[in-house]
Design a protein around this ligand. Structure first.
Ligand SMILES: NC(=O)c1ccc[n+]([C@@H]2O[C@H](COP(=O)([O-])OP(=O)(O)OC[C@H]3O[C@@H](n4cnc5c(N)ncnc54)[C@H](O)[C@@H]3O)[C@@H](O)[C@H]2O)c1
Length: 413
């Protein structure tokens, strides 16, 4: 089976690597990215037959494969999915968020239904062993009926600064509101776990800290010229931090320089001139650095989700409260504690790969999708089809609207 990919950034290249490692019966036959260097590097590395540097040429060439992966940026997904459909693709894997404009998501779903097109959204967390285990425990009824879920996404101070102050997702008008860009996975999980309709939401939050007025006295506009001791020092985060402190930032040379295998000198030059070397208090960011969303579901079930920049590590913490017991877990170590009220407590390990984020979810998503497009997936009930994503995307955007209205309670729909 042949697959084409548009968008060869972090996500697109990650999926190509996973296919090449784990899905030997899938062939990547065409790639497209407006970054010529990356496109050439990937086409060469994976021996891809056709490469394109412009979406017009890529889609102008007609249907190049049996299926397509759309891994471009947030506001491009809808256009690229529609162009793929125009060209006859009927199997699409699209990155999240599908779009921050709900009407666009609904129109795409309508088109997909009419033409019998399979669109799967990359809600990778659902495919990880850790989150699958939570769903399995809930489904088995071990903790009774779910009444409340408290969920927190700790973005990590360095990850937040990288993506939401200096990086791609710092301006909501260009990408998405932060609650959509970062947390649409979390709302997908909450919707999946609770499996009831969300009726209303209320949300507070804002951009409180990463602002000019909080710039330390004597700080420079760029870290490279700065003498102030600071956890956001780009030179340390990207270049000199010792390996034991290594975060994904140490492996982000490509994001800094726009190509793989950059030298230290090239990375330093990128910090001298590019977005990632800017003082975090003097960027052009406008997205929130913390937000809370309260939700009411059918049957009086409630849930809350908090996202915050202010944590040392990046991980999610989940507390599912049922009528007979509770599940408490964090995906930092992948351990789940199940407490049954009139029974024993049990701690379950889920083989979460520490420090590598949701890599097992990424791998399982791709493996499942590859089986799905070949008609070999036995059970597709938990596949993250676009139709499953729309309800959780609606919660997210209604929550954002509530935040903008000072926390006003808003009905979904
Ligand atoms: N599923 C997840 O867990 C997850 C995690 C992070 C990001 N994302 C989402 O995945 C998407 C991609 O994120 P990323 O981190 O790979 O970003 P990225 O910026 O590294 O990659 C996007 C790529 O698309 C290319 N591109 C942009 N417009 C194009 C066009 N018109 N034609 C061809 N190429 C074009 C860019 O040059 C870039 O290489 C985003 O929507 C992001 O929100 C998903």
């Amino acid at each position: 089976m042949k697959v084409a990919v548009i968008g060869l950034g972090q996500r697109g290249s990650n999926y190509i690597r996973i296919i090449s490692l784990f899905c030997k019966d899938i062939e990547i036959v065409a790639v497209c990215d407006k970054n010529k260097v990356i496109t050439d590097q990937i086409a060469k590395k994976y021996k891809v037959e056709k490469k394109f540097y412009d979406e017009k040429d890529f889609f102008g060439a007609g249907k190049l494969a049996d299926a397509i992966i759309v891994a471009t940026q947030d506001r491009d997904h809808i256009r690229h999915c529609n162009l793929a459909i125009d060209n006859g693709y009927d199997k699409i894997l699209v990155e999240k968020p599908v779009s921050p404009i709900i009407e666009e998501c609904v129109a795409l779903q309508k088109r997909a239904e009419e033409k019998n097109i399979s669109i799967v959204v990359c809600h990778v967390l659902r495919y990880s062993k850790y989150y699958k285990k939570i769903k399995e425990i809930i489904q088995k009824g071990i903790i009774g009926d779910v009444m409340t879920i408290n969920h927190t996404e700790n973005v990590g101070y360095f990850h937040y600064a990288h993506s939401y102050v200096r990086g791609n997702w710092r301006d909501s008008s260009v990408t998405s509101p932060m609650i959509m860009a970062k947390c649409c996975h979390d709302f997908d999980l909450l919707q999946w776990f609770i499996d009831k309709k969300c009726l209303a939401v209320s949300s507070f939050g804002g951009l409180s800290y990463f602002r000019k007025e909080n710039m330390p006295k004597g700080a420079a506009d760029r870290c490279i010229d700065c003498k102030v001791e600071c956890p956001y020092n780009a030179m340390e985060l990207y270049i000199t931090d010792p390996l034991h402190k290594a975060t994904f930032l140490r492996f982000s040379g490509r994001i800094l320089t726009g190509k793989s295998g950059s030298t230290k000198e090239e990375r330093i030059e990128a910090l001298e001139n590019g977005n990632y070397g800017r003082c975090v208090y003097k960027s052009d960011n406008n997205v929130v650095d913390h937000q809370i969303v309260n939700m009411l579901f059918e049957g009086g079930v409630t849930a809350s989700h908090t996202v915050t920049a202010f944590s040392k590590n990046f991980y999610r913490r989940t507390h599912v409260c049922g009528t007979k017991g509770e599940i408490i877990g964090n995906d930092l170590d992948g351990k789940l504690t199940v407490n049954i009220f009139k029974g024993k407590s049990k701690t379950i390990g889920t083989k979460w790969i520490k420090g590598l984020g949701h890599i097992d979810g990424d791998i399982n998503l791709i493996k499942d999708w590859c089986k799905l497009i070949q008609g070999k997936l036995e059970d597709d009930k938990d596949v993250t089809y676009l139709s499953h994503t729309i309800p959780s995307h609606k919660i997210v955007m209604t929550a954002e609207e509530s935040r903008l209205q000072g926390g006003k309670v808003l009905d979904i729909d």
